[in-house]
Write a new protein. Sequence first.
Length: 362
Amino acid sequence: MRCKYLSTFALQTDFPMLYKAILKPLFFRFAPERAHYRAMDLLQFAVKIPGVRGIMRSYYHVQNDRLRKTVFGLHFANPVGLAAGFDKDARWIDALDTLGFGFIEIGTLTPVGQPGNDQPRLFRLPQDEALINRMGFNNEGVVAAVARLKKRRSDILIGGNIGKNKVTPNEEAVNDYLICFDALRDVVDYFVVNVSSPNTPGLRALQEKGPLLEILRTLQNKNLAGPTPKPILLKIAPDLTNEQLDDIIAIVQESGIAGVIATNTTIDRSGLTTTAAALETIGAGGLSGKPVARRSSEVVRYLKTKSNNAFPVIGVGGIHTGADAQEKIEAGADLVQVYTGFIYEGPSIARNINRWLIRGSF
């Protein structure tokens, strides 16, 4: 009972300030990947304390009819989702569900588990409120994720982000996507085809029109042949040219998939405050966070304008505040996702964004 009262006190004080003043500096003392698991261990522990799950849900969840959205046939309680990469293996769905997200995307999952790239592979750029990662699709494999999803208690909408194993040649990539699709079909609400991570050698070559159209058509044909088709989305890089974005629009329309997620991380390093020496020490990887915000909004706007609003787009990249989310929505995004902003702003991010959207013109 004492733990319940302490938790109530912590949540009813200025929790965002508590996170930024105490918890964030503590977590930032650890290497980023280690801090990630420690933070989730703490959340998992907290929600197991009797009464705490309900207290957290009452604090973080913002209930308002203005937030409800129906996109590609799914009904979202609010438009703020957690992007893929945070809960790759569907370990923490029930705990994360207490934090007020409208949906959670797991993955990227591959047919066979793989360790990913060597550590260290995740780096903070505090001056830029950004991250660089070269994780390399580290995950336990799709079968392990399916087993966890079958045991979850929450009914939050789940997206399944799928990719190919590192050792699979591009010519055989479609088979890896089909394996993941078949395995996840009954336990996720929508799919995301990831061909845009910069951390798997050769993967971005699959964004070219020929191979990408083959993958998407094959998946969509399998999808439509089943009893309950699920929305399939394509996640694209922010580094595509306008001509390549035109190809993406054509591919989405020709394949008949449901929409696009814009965008993944970038390989661009221009305009950063972090020194060139520090960036050289970090090395390769995808950049996420505030520096990606403008470009991802440009991509969202381009897709929506050039396609004449032909399909839904989920906007992701540099969303830390309600104003950032509003910018994506004004660019044309139907939903938004956060990842790096969650790291820098803390567990109140979905709550704060949703409250902003209610007050604004959303």
